[in-house]
Design a protein. Sequence first.
Length: 215
Amino acid sequence: MKSFFISFEGPDGAGKSTVVAQVVRELAPRLKTQYLVTREPGGSEIAEKIRQMILDPANSKMAAKTEALLYAASRSQHMAEVILPALAAGKMVFSDRFVDSSLAYQGVGRDLGIAQVKQINDFATSGVEPDLTLFLDVKPEVGLARINRLRPHAEDRLEQEKLTFHKKVYQGYQEICQANPQRIKIVDASRNFTQVVADCIKIIENSLPIDFIKD
Ligand code: TYD
């Protein structure tokens, strides 16, 4: 069965989760197929438990490799329980983050190397990739400033990292975007919310096979 898998990526503070929700709200009435909205890390009961462990600020001693493996473990469970069954049923899947987050945050941010992190993720996903990825592009300084403004006391362990870490993550995303120009489309997320959502919808409409969307 034909399916279509879209992931949304971006640095912390890109406004991803709000954008995903609005894009789906606006697109939903025009879709011909069923769809599913999910997120990582998490997306299923077991995967959400792993998410809590990863993001808990109390786990400050977590080794970089442990972190990468836990993200991959959470993803493997999310694939098995949620994404693969949905794709097998011919649904559209919208995921807030996927493997590219691990390549950027753990591969580059934590210096584990993109190739190594890709390897463990290929194992976790059996090599399944999104058909389309939207990269919400916002400079790390701007993203972190947004987070500090919106929720100054609600930081998770990754958000607590210093600007130098987030700059490396951003650099990682640049590399990943350059290496996958067919799959990853860049959206300038420094603009206002309505423009960002409109851009995402336009890109999705242009990429979706005709049997997924009404005229
Ligand atoms: P998320 O809840 O998506 O945060 P946000 O709403 O800010 O996007 O993700 C939590 C954190 O986990 C975020 O800082 C990015 C990080 N992350 C990784 O480091 N590797 C991964 O594979 C994933 C999926 C997320």
